[in-house]
Structure formats: C-alpha cells, structure tokens
Design a protein around this ligand. Structure first.
Ligand SMILES: [Zn+2]
Length: 236
C-alpha cells in the first residue's frame, strides 16, 4: 500500500473548492459537474425551458449562416440552424450529467490488486478555443485499493467529461480526478491520443499530427516500471 499524502491533500482541497463555490457564479471550479451557473440551469430546466433554449440556439445559428454570407432561406439550409443547434446540444450533453448519476453506486469492494486497464475508449469532443471537433482514444489504468468500479462506468465517465467544451489536457486530468474521487485507488494512469481539427483544417494544417497527453497519480507516478508496463500494454 502506497500512500500519497500530497494527493490526499489535493483531493481535500478540491472538495473544499466545490463547497466554497456553491454560492458563487462558478458552481464547481473543479469542473466535474457544473463549471458555470448556466450549466446547472441547463441540467435542471423544464421541457418548456429546453424548447426556449433550442429556439435561441437555432436563432444564433441562423445569424452565423448570415454572417458567412449565406442565405438561411435557401432550401438546403432551411432546417440547418435547428439541426446544428440539436447537434451542438448533443456534443455538449456532458453538461447535463454529474459524477454521482454517472457512477450510480457501481463501486464494489474487491481484493483485486493488479492493474485494471480499459483501453481504446473512443472520445469525441469540441475544442473550447475554436468550437471545432477533436477525436481520439483514451486508455485508463488503475490499481485498486479494495474498491473497483463497473467497467462500463469508466467509459461513461469519459463521455461525461468529453461531451463538453474541452481541451485534451483537461480531459486527461479530469478523468484522473474523477477516478481519484470515486475510488481512491493506489494509482491511476490516463493516456489520451487525439487529432484536432483546429490543427488539421486551419492554422498549421498538420493532417497527420497526433497529440498525446498523459496523467498519472500514486504508484504510477512513483514506479517507473509500472508506468512502462501500462504503456507497453496499451501499445497497438
Ligand atoms: Zn482548437
């Protein structure tokens, strides 16, 4: 059993932040659940309010089309604003979820103390700087400390986190943070590889570039061999 006091301290601090920020504009600075008060509003709104949101967003997309120099009234574009508004709401559906719902008590007492790896989980997200998609794969490993999580929940957690306006570095970190929060395992390692359309289609136009981010905690941080074992196991 390896204890990592700085980690424990970090988690406590985060909890503190969540509690302290309940009254502020930012509901959850940590970003697991509600990064802004508007997020909470979105999550708790009525069917009627959902309709209003969709209408507003549809209007905004019509404005975008006009700004592009297009005619929103031509046949091919008539339904585009509403379609795109619905698509955007789907791409950001993660804002309507929170950890407790996603994990849904699927944490089990178990003596297994070997590495648990879930690899090649597909990720689709929107870059918060350009609102352009990025997609890739995430690989997750943890060493349990008497608690394991239902495997499908790991994929659900990555969905909750990636279906928001994101950057890859934060997805990698938040997946780690959520697992730390719900499992307090001996260690976590998360690797994400992704291709960003804001790099491929604009800017530097590097079509083959792949961005890799990695986050580790606990034993994965301390034990280089363990980290190497994880990296070799996720190799294609
Ligand atoms: Zn971008």
């Amino acid at each position: 059993m390896v204890s990592n006091s700085s980690n424990t301290h970090e988690v406590n601090n985060k909890k503190q932040i969540i509690n302290n920020s309940m009254d502020s504009n930012v509901i959850d600075k940590y970003g697991f659940c509600f990064p802004a008060s508007g997020t909470l509003k979105r999550k708790t709104e009525t069917e009627e309010e959902k309709e209003i949101r969709l209408k507003q967003l549809t209007g905004a997309v019509t404005t975008i089309l006009e700004c592009l120099g297009e005619d929103p009234n031509r046949e091919g574009l008539l339904k585009t604003p509403e379609r795109y508004a619905k698509a955007l709401l789907f791409f950001t559906e993660g804002y309507e979820k929170d950890i407790n719902e996603v994990v849904n008590n699927a944490i089990f007492e178990e003596d297994h103390d070997g590495m648990v790896i879930v690899k090649d989980i597909e990720i689709f997200s929107l870059c918060e700087h350009h609102l352009v998609p990025f997609s890739g794969k995430i690989h997750i490993a943890y060493i349990p400390d008497k608690k394991v999580i239902g495997l499908s929940k790991i994929a659900r957690i990555t969905e909750m986190i990636s279906r928001r306006l994101q950057i890859q570095e934060r997805i990698t970190k938040q997946v780690c943070d959520v697992l730390e929060e719900v499992l307090q395992p001996k260690g976590i390692a998360v690797v994400m590889e992704s291709s960003h359309f804001c790099m491929v289609m604009r800017g530097v136009q590097k079509t083959q570039s792949c961005t890799i981010t990695c986050n580790t905690t606990g034993v994965f941080k301390e034990d280089i061999k363990l980290k190497e074992e994880f990296l070799s196991l996720i190799k294609h």
